[in-house]
Each structure stands twice: as structure tokens, then as C-alpha cells.
Design a protein around this ligand. Structure first.
Ligand SMILES: [Zn+2]
Length: 422
């Protein structure tokens, strides 16, 4: 871990957002602030004495011009996405099914042919592309982190690079133009968003489709997902703000739909103007967003509900701890770090946090705490009275699995309203 310390000291290139990341407006309005958060990838080994560590402010800003909701600080990407970045996408059933469905939609709605090249930006371990490859498509992944190795091992050609205009040009030279370019769960994460769109346009065929999947602001607000506010997530898109961004590059949204990934996401298909018919889904979703009222008011309500949710979680845990019961955390995704740090859950409240065998987080402390991350099997040996699910958004998938493996206690779902499930 001393290596990460050096990296922090040597870079320090965080940027305070004073202009909107999409439209450049300087009139940004502050909203919910969840505190100063430690970087999620700097997890200290269990047993190590606490070191000095950086913390980055995590607050939302709203742009009244383009309606983008964004983070107020852009942390240096070398700190957030070190080459050994432990996140891999091929883990949940929801994601697998979603990517399968994306492939089917491309075949049916856009008449994608097996010979058509599909390129995935931020292709991670190749889960998305594996669905297109299985349908006969030539594919190419672009992935800067170690996860790309996993993709190559499973036979998915993957460029080890950040997606830039230059990377797009070399991909085009190598493989020709792409009929579909996807950017799933990275379009909200990459700092220079306009460069990503410019790069995509260099690589995209004339009637090609640029398809993004990102966390969707509306379910985020509706289900009080303050725990998805962390430094990888620079922008929280609505279709309104995404359309604004794409139109700046002469792209138009031709289809949009809500998908279940990550507790509520949005898939947006865009094409060069006039090249593809616009589906009724676009107008429907834009109208539905407008009908919700001013974003300023929605964000004020979100802030109130977030504070209330935090206090309710404290009240619920106070009763459990007063009764002398133990609480284990289940899962250590990035959102666990925000939740734990924002609500102040420490090692006096949580016994430990469990990750499935093989996770690179095992043997380390949850960021900003002395709560150890250990192997899941301990849950079944110890049988703590309560298991708090940090991946509460996939509780329906998780709870039966944990029961099947032998867990007998009760579950705590921390969001949207903290509650106990027996
Ligand atoms: Zn803006």
C-alpha cells in the first residue's frame, strides 16, 4: 500500500468543478453533500496501523442550463483507476442478462448483422462483448485496466488503452469502422467526456449506433441512492442532459430505455442526425422527465430523504446493538464505502464485511474504517444475527443465495428506507 501513498503524493491532480462538465456554464447550484470520502481503491491491509489518508469532498452540483447533475470535484483518474483496479463487471446475473438483452435489441431494432463490428469502450472483463461474439460479431474491447487481461484470456480482442481520439483512430486502422460502439458504465466516469464522443465519431460507421448505459438520475433520486455518489461517478445523467451532450456533437438520441443495472440505469442509443428513425421511446422519456417538475426541487427533496434515511438507519442499528446483537456487512462495492463513511458505520457497529472467495478486497479494511473485509464463509460459521446488504439493489438475487448457503439471521436493507427482512 505504500505504493498507493506515493501515487497520491506524486499526482494530486484533482480538479474543482467550476464549469459544467457538459455545457460549460459557470452557474452551478450546490446540492447534497455526503462528506469527504476516502478513495475507494486504497484499502489498507488488515492489522496495519492507520496511516494518513486523503479524503475528497463529494457533493452534487446542478447545472440549470443543460440540467446535468454532477460531482463538484474530479479526482485524478490515476488515483481512482490504478492499473490494478479491482472492479470486474462479470459478476452479477442482472448485468449478464442486460448485456444479452442489449445484443438482442441491436439485432431486432437496428438490424445488426453478424459481420458488423462491435466496439466496447471500457470493456472491462469482456462480459458485454462476449454476448455479441457469441452471436457471431467481430468485436474489439478498449480497456486500460488489468480487467482487459481477463477479456483477452477468454478470447476477446482488447486494446490496452484509455479511449481517446488517438485510440479510436488506431482501432479504426486496425479493424475498420464500427457499426455499434457501446460505453456501458463508464460514460459517467470518464473525465473528458467530449473527447469520448469525438473518439466514438471517428470510429463509428456513417449509420452506426453509439450506445451508452449509465446510472439513471431518476431512480437514483426516487430510491434515495446517495450511496452511488462517489468519485468514479462524475455525472448523473437524465435523458435531458444526455441529449444535450450528444446534440453538441451532432448526434441525436434515437432510442432510450430504463434498464435494471446498478439499481436503475438508462440505455441511450444515438446516431448521426437523420441516419436512423427516432423511436417513440425518446419523446416518452423526455416528457416523463419534464413532468417531474424542476430539478432544483427534486434535488431538495432528495437531500431531505437522504438525511432522514441516515437517521433511520442509526435508529434501527441502535436497537439492534442495544440488544447485544451482531451485524455483518455483505459485499464491499464502492457504494458500501460511501454509505459507511456518510452514515458513520464503524468497527464497533459492523463485525466485518464479507466478500466471496477470490475477491481482491479480502484481507483489507473497508475504505475509511477499521472494518475488515473477510471471506463470505465466516457468515455461515458465525451466524451473526443481522446481515446488512450493501448491494441492497440486488437484494432479491442475494437473499435467496445467502439462505441457500446456510445463513439463518435477518437481513438489513439500508435503502431506500432502512428495514429488516426476516
Ligand atoms: Zn450544463
Amino acid at each position: 500500500m505504500t505504493q498507493s501513498l506515493k501515487a497520491v503524493a506524486g499526482t494530486g491532480g484533482s480538479v474543482i468543478v467550476t464549469r459544467c462538465q457538459v455545457c460549460g456554464s459557470r452557474k452551478l447550484q450546490p446540492s447534497l453533500f455526503v462528506g469527504y470520502l476516502p478513495p475507494v481503491n486504497q484499502m489498507r491491509p488488515i492489522g496495519q496501523q492507520p496511516h494518513e489518508q486523503p479524503a475528497y469532498p463529494a457533493g452534487l452540483l446542478h447545472c440549470p442550463r443543460c440540467q446535468l447533475v454532477q460531482l463538484g470535484l474530479i479526482v485524478d483518474s490515476r488515483i481512482l483507476f490504478p492499473p490494478d483496479y479491482p472492479y470486474t463487471s462479470g459478476t452479477t446475473r442482472v448485468l449478464h442478462e442486460n448485456f444479452q438483452e442489449l445484443q438482442q435489441e441491436c439485432a431486432e431494432l437496428w438490424q445488426l448483422k453478424p459481420k458488423d463490428l462491435v466496439v466496447d469502450i471500457g470493456s472491462n472483463d469482456g462480459t458485454l462483448l462476449s454476448k455479441f461474439q457469441a452471436a457471431g460479431h467481430p468485436v474489439l474491447g478498449i480497456e486500460p485496466t488489468d480487467a482487459g487481461k481477463l477479456a483477452r484470456e477468454r478470447g476477446i480482442p482488447t486494446l490496452a488503452a484509455y479511449f481517446t481520439v488517438k485510440a479510436a483512430e488506431s482501432a479504426r486502422k486496425m479493424r475498420g469502422r464500427a457499426k455499434v460502439i457501446t460505453a456501458a458504465n463508464c460514460f459517467a466516469h470518464i473525465e473528458k467526456i467530449h473527447d469520448v464522443v469525438k473518439g466514438a465519431l471517428k470510429l463509428l460507421d456513417k449509420d452506426g449506433l453509439f450506445i451508452t448505459e449509465s446510472h439513471y438520475l431518476m431512480p437514483l433520486l426516487d430510491t434515495v441512492q446517495y450511496d452511488t455518489i462517489y468519485h468514479e461517478h462524475l455525472r448523473y445523467y437524465s435523458l435531458t442532459s444526455l441529449s444535450y451532450l450528444l446534440e453538441l456533437h451532432d448526434l441525436e438520441v434515437v432510442h432510450a430505455k430504463e434498464i435494471p443495472s446498478h439499481g436503475g440505469s438508462i440505455r441511450v442509443c444515438a446516431a448521426r442526425k437523420g441516419m436512423r428513425p427516432i423511436q417513440p421511446s425518446v419523446r416518452q422519456m423526455l416528457d416523463a422527465e419534464a413532468a417531474r417538475g424542476p430539478m432544483t426541487e427534486q434535488l431538495a427533496t432528495f437531500k431531505q430523504r437522504t438525511v432522514r434515511s441516515k437517521l433511520q438507519l442509526h435508529a434501527l442499528l441502535a436497537g439492534i446493538k442495544a440488544a447485544g446483537h451482531r451485524v455483518a456487512g455483505v459485499g464491499a462495492p464502492s457504494r458500501a464505502s460511501t454509505l459507511v463513511n456518510y452514515t458513520g458505520l464503524d468497527d464497533g457497529i459492523l463485525e466485518y464485511v464479507l466478500e466471496v472467495k477470490g475477491s481482491r478486497k479480502i484481507g483489507r479494511y473497508l475504505p475509511g474504517t477499521l472494518v475488515p473485509v473477510i471471506e463470505e464463509s465466516r457468515l455461515f460459521e458465525d451466524q451473526p444475527e443481522y446481515a446488512l446488504l450493501f448491494s441492497w439493489h440486488i437484494a432479491a438475487e442475494l437473499m435467496p443465495k445467502l439462505r441457500q448457503k446456510g445463513y439463518q439471521g435477518k437481513f438489513i436493507l439500508p435503502l431506500p428506507e432502512p428495514r429488516i427482512v426476516e
